[in-house]
Ligand binder design. Structure first.
Ligand SMILES: O=C(O)C(=O)Cc1ccccc1
Length: 314
């Protein structure tokens, strides 16, 4: 079968290739080689911004593919439709992104792993259809995270105006562009251009904040670096056991300290939890992956369920 692999190096020698194949052949080959990257769309989201930032450090991942929900990105990764995806995970002002955590904890194993992260600052704008005045606005729509990030602004400037959640900030902007001029969207200023909207106010977030995104890959396509300085662990411990503290202490002995912990009640019952623990190492731990895996194996032998959800070097 014809393989594109040998042409990878040729493509970097664009001049030579152009002579050999002609311009359109080069473009076609480049498109075929561009790996797809799933993100929360449509065009104009913060997720798209984060994807561009990440792609600038990852030549080859050029085709950004928008999905309507975070769950749809995860499904596309699991089915192999896209080899990589980017999902929002945590805001520095309002904490973890609920939808992402539901996905992780829905099943014992989410079917994907985290191989990197990217963080971007979030600046929010109030967008309306051209001609709409602030006094015309009867409804404000956006992604729940964005709405949370300017609760005080909305309370002070638009008290009693209903807030409606959308799948993403750009989905909200798109809805406003199709609306009757009485709705406003909270979104990135970039979305105004994409959907032909006017900006009533810029930088309206209550506090400057940033959002952290994970880069995810299908589990069986994942090769973790042998020397990660970030690891993410999912831990399910028998109720009343000391396994949480024991496992954390063991990881600390190996050279990692806890950065964040998310706990979700199991089976709808309080007092029994599944934990997602983010850990970091400030020193160079030799064979860090092997050591972390050994700690997790020990936890499993003691009756817990421990899974390495992510490992990367940053
Ligand atoms: O809706 C978006 O634009 C997203 O990418 C999700 C999101 C929403 C608010 C802050 C950060 C990410």
């Amino acid at each position: 079968m014809f393989s594109l692999q040998p042409f990878r190096s040729l493509l970097s020698l664009a001049g030579v290739t152009t002579v050999a194949f002609g311009l359109s052949a080069v473009i076609q080959l480049k498109l075929a080689l561009a790996e797809k990257f799933g993100y929360l769309g449509p065009q104009g989201t913060y997720s798209e911004q984060a994807t561009r930032v990440y792609q600038s450090t990852m030549p080859g991942f050029e085709q950004a593919v928008p999905y309507n929900t975070i769950a749809a990105i995860a499904a596309a990764i699991k089915s192999g439709e896209v080899p990589r995806g980017l999902i929002p995970i945590e805001n520095s002002d309002s904490g973890f992104v609920t939808e992402t955590y539901r996905l992780i904890f829905q099943e014992l194993d989410p079917g994907w792993r985290v191989i990197d992260e990217v963080t971007i600052p979030i600046a929010s704008s109030l967008l309306v259809k051209p001609g709409t005045q602030a006094g015309d606005v009867k409804k404000i729509i956006s992604h729940p995270n964005a709405l949370r990030g300017l609760a005080t602004y909305l309370q002070q400037n638009f008290p009693n105006i209903p807030l409606v959640e959308a799948n993403s900030t750009a989905a909200a902007a798109k809805e406003v562009s199709n609306g009757d001029g009485t709705t406003a969207a909270i979104a990135a200023s970039a979305a105004a251009k994409v959907y032909g909207l006017e900006t009533l106010a810029n930088n309206i977030q209550d506090n400057d904040y940033e959002t952290n995104f994970w880069v995810i890959v299908k589990t069986n396509q994942t090769t973790f670096t042998a020397h990660p300085n970030h690891v993410i662990i999912s831990l399910l411990v028998p109720s009343g056991s000391r396994m949480f503290s024991y496992t954390v202490a063991e990881l600390q002995d190996v050279g990692f300290h806890v950065v964040n912990v998310n706990s979700t009640p199991l089976d709808g019952k309080i007092h029994s939890y599944r934990y997602l623990i983010g850990l970091k190492s400030d020193s160079n731990v030799s064979n860090a992956l092997k050591k972390v895996n050994a700690v997790l194996k020990a936890a499993q032998r003691s009756g817990g369920q421990a899974l390495l959800i992510g490992a990367y070097r940053r």
